[in-house]
Design a protein around this ligand. Structure first.
Ligand SMILES: [Zn+2]
Ligand SMILES: [Zn+2]
Length: 226
């Protein structure tokens, strides 16, 4: 039924590629030209960075990362933060799900990196949740809001690298559930310094998760971001 609605909607609001804005088939998420131009990145399997940061205490055990945060990937993620180009979220989720299935790791639940309630009210949604939701459908596992983002935290990108590490402490807290023995997939759009996913993973392990892997659409080159 959903598919039929999507097909009919397409007549009135033609489906577009989130990267180049060209018209695409009603059931596609990206055009062939952009699909061919996207280059997958090779990162450290554990930390998900090209410049390995496994010397840090990560709290997560594995990382799935698709692309470098640049060019059309960067533009699509910025657009997604402004509630544009849901196709990009579905595309990233499809590709992450393929990687996860190929790795043969099994997960009990997917946890999106949370957004503060007030911010969610402004934007209308959390882009990490949108990607997580699509992955959850592919892997047939539930989305669990296991973490809470504190209100009025200072935006990571306004701070220096050292200040970000301090700032992230206390930015998140754990929800009132136990993840004892569970294998968790933590989902976010971009990894930069890793301080956000590290802190979220620390909390998930504190909630007794047995294994935590992170799923990310993109990574920056350097360890200078959130
Ligand atoms: Zn395109
Ligand atoms: Zn590494």
């Amino acid at each position: 039924m959903k598919e039929v609605i999507k097909y009919i909607l397409d007549i009135f609001y033609p489906n577009r590629c989130p990267f180049c804005d060209d018209f695409i088939k009603w059931d596609a998420t990206v055009c062939d030209k952009c699909l061919d131009s996207l280059e997958y990145i090779e990162t450290c399997e554990k930390c998900g960075k090209t410049d390995c940061m496994c010397d840090k205490e990560l709290y997560y055990d594995k990382a799935y990362v698709l692309f470098k945060y640049e060019g059309i990937v960067r533009e699509s993620i910025i657009a997604l933060k402004r509630k544009n180009g849901i196709n990009a979220a579905e595309f990233y989720a499809d590709k992450l799900s393929e990687q996860i299935l190929k790795s043969e790791e099994k997960f009990d639940a997917i946890v999106p990196v949370p957004m503060a309630k007030s911010k969610k009210k402004d934007v209308g949604y959390n882009q990490a949740f949108v990607i997580a939701d699509f992955i959850a459908k592919r892997l047939e596992i539930p989305v669990v809001d296991a973490l809470i983002k504190a209100e009025n935290t200072i935006a990571q990108h306004t701070l220096s690298k050292e200040d970000r590490i301090e700032n992230v402490k206390g930015m998140f807290s754990s929800g009132d559930i136990s993840l004892k023995g569970k294998r968790i997939l933590l989902c976010d759009d971009v990894i930069t310094t890793g301080s956000t996913v590290i802190e979220c993973s620390r909390l998930l392990k504190e909630m007794e998760a047995e294994f935590v892997a992170v799923a990310l659409a993109a990574t920056t080159d350097l360890r200078n971001g959130s």
